[in-house]
Design a protein around this ligand. Structure first.
Ligand code: ZEM
Length: 296
């Protein structure tokens, strides 16, 4: 089912699955694990899982590296140093996979978990489609394709171009996901959160980039990161967004206008998790209700 020019064809095999039910089970998982990571909860790490399941895509190879084959389930990919800490997130999702295993693919589960995380943390609605399959180990891309946090603006722009993001606005919005969660020395060699509201999806990341006073310091792992006096941090690749004129204008816009950030994030994230997949017109575009919206 490979179409070299348009990507992998979305599978219809699980079209009768009730994906709102799967959404609800993942959302309940987030509620049940609120104590994770000193009460940040597991929303951020599930969002990072969805991103890393998709972020190996290379548009020049089109059909390889996106979320389609669900290869993040393989130990070899989970053991990519860039994926440190994501085994926890995968293990959290395993009971849900078991519950729906004859009705759900891993790629659909991983990407849907990202949608759930964003929405349950108060972020924008993200359109989602099913159709990823469980590809075998041969479909796994080689490790080492995820971005380097030490990169500058040129690196970041080039990296996101590989993911087929040609507009700076999309790149800046996607990195705005660093409004939630934190870095962990043991995972990445960086330490600290990007802001105060670590489990709420907001434009705080952009406001902090512009308004906080940042000092470049060497951390306990010997890596350089930007710190402020409130205990927040920025990666060098985050700071790149205010060191480049074009990026910075967009940071300013998103800092002033959260809705503008939400709109671009939603469409860019949806594209990210669908990269390399060809959907037939008949595949519905699904929007999910949050647990709150269902009075659950
Ligand atoms: Zn992240 N990210 N990321 N990111 N990321 C980390 C954590 C999280 C980069 C990066 O090096 C790192 C995007 C883009 C980029 C999230 C979502 C998204 C960490 C810390 C690093 C080092 C990991 C740790 O120590 O546990 C780089 C270089 C990026 C691009 C240039 C995009 C795009 C994302 C989603 C759309 C999230 C949610 C986290 C927090 C995870 C957690 O466990 O709290």
């Amino acid at each position: 089912n490979t179409v070299e020019t348009t990507g992998f064809k979305a599978s219809q095999q699980f079209k009768s699955t009730n994906y709102q039910n799967v959404y609800n089970d993942i959302a309940q998982l987030i509620r049940d694990n609120e104590e994770h990571d000193d009460y940040i909860g597991c929303g951020p790490v599930l969002l990072r899982l969805a991103w890393h399941a998709s972020g190996q895509f290379d548009v020049s190879q089109n059909v390889r590296g996106g979320a389609y084959n669900g290869t993040l389930r393989f130990d070899k990919e989970l053991n990519d140093p860039s994926n440190a800490g994501l085994g926890y997130a995968y293990n959290l999702l395993k009971p849900i996979y078991k519950k729906y295993s004859d009705q759900l693919s891993h790629g659909d589960l991983f990407t849907l978990a990202g949608v759930v995380a964003v929405q349950e943390m108060g972020g924008p609605k993200i359109p989602w489609r099913y159709g990823r399959v469980d590809g075998d180990i041969e479909t796994m891309p080689e490790n080492g394709r995820l971005p380097d946090a030490n990169g500058d603006a040129g690196y970041v722009r080039k990296f996101f171009k590989r993911l087929d993001f040609l507009k700076d606005e999309e790149t800046v919005a996607l990195i705005g996901a660093h409004c939630v969660g934190k870095t962990h020395l043991k995972n990445s060699g960086f330490e600290g959160p990007w802001g105060a509201a670590t489990n709420m999806f907001t434009n705080e990341f952009f406001r902090n980039l512009l308004n906080e006073k940042w000092n470049l310091e060497t951390n306990d792992a010997g890596n350089k990161q930007y710190n402020n006096d409130k205990g927040y941090m920025m990666l060098p690749s985050d700071m790149a967004l205010v060191q480049d004129g074009s990026f910075k204008k967009i940071v300013q816009k998103f800092a002033e206008d959260e809705q503008a950030f939400f709109t671009v994030f939603s469409s860019a994230f949806s594209k990210l998790i669908e990269n390399g997949i060809y959907f037939e017109k008949s595949t519905p575009i699904l929007y999910f209700k949050t647990l709150d919206e269902q009075d659950l």
